[in-house]
Ligand binder design. Structure first.
Ligand SMILES: [Zn+2]
Length: 103
């Protein structure tokens, strides 16, 4: 899906509508698994015993299939005050593209 590079949007800091740039927010680095459950899961090497939390992968059935699209984390940046704001109404799309609009 193609998305324009800049959109007119309300900036809460400037208290007016400004032409803001759309940026795709990239997920930060994952820190090592530090929770107790994650450490135990690693030590046991997967699944042991009956049921419990770390369940085996579900069978290939339509009920358990994974989603093929992802919700894009879009941010808006105001050029005058450099404040970033999140876009609340994002949608599930396969392909994400920021396109320059001829102004
Ligand atoms: Zn602003």
């Amino acid at each position: 899906m193609k998305i324009p590079k800049s959109v007119k949007h309300y900036c809460p800091k400037c208290k007016k509508h400004t032409l803001q740039n759309i940026i795709q927010n990239k997920a930060g680095k994952k820190r090592g698994s530090t929770t107790k459950g994650a450490r135990r899961h690693e030590r046991r090497g997967g699944i042991h015993g009956y049921g419990g939390f770390p369940r085996p992968q579900p069978e290939k059935s339509p009920r358990h299939r994974k989603k093929t699209t992802k919700r894009v984390d879009m941010r808006l940046e105001c050029p005058s005050c450099k404040k970033k704001s999140t876009v609340v109404n994002t949608f599930r799309i396969k392909k994400f593209e920021i396109v320059k609009t001829g102004v």
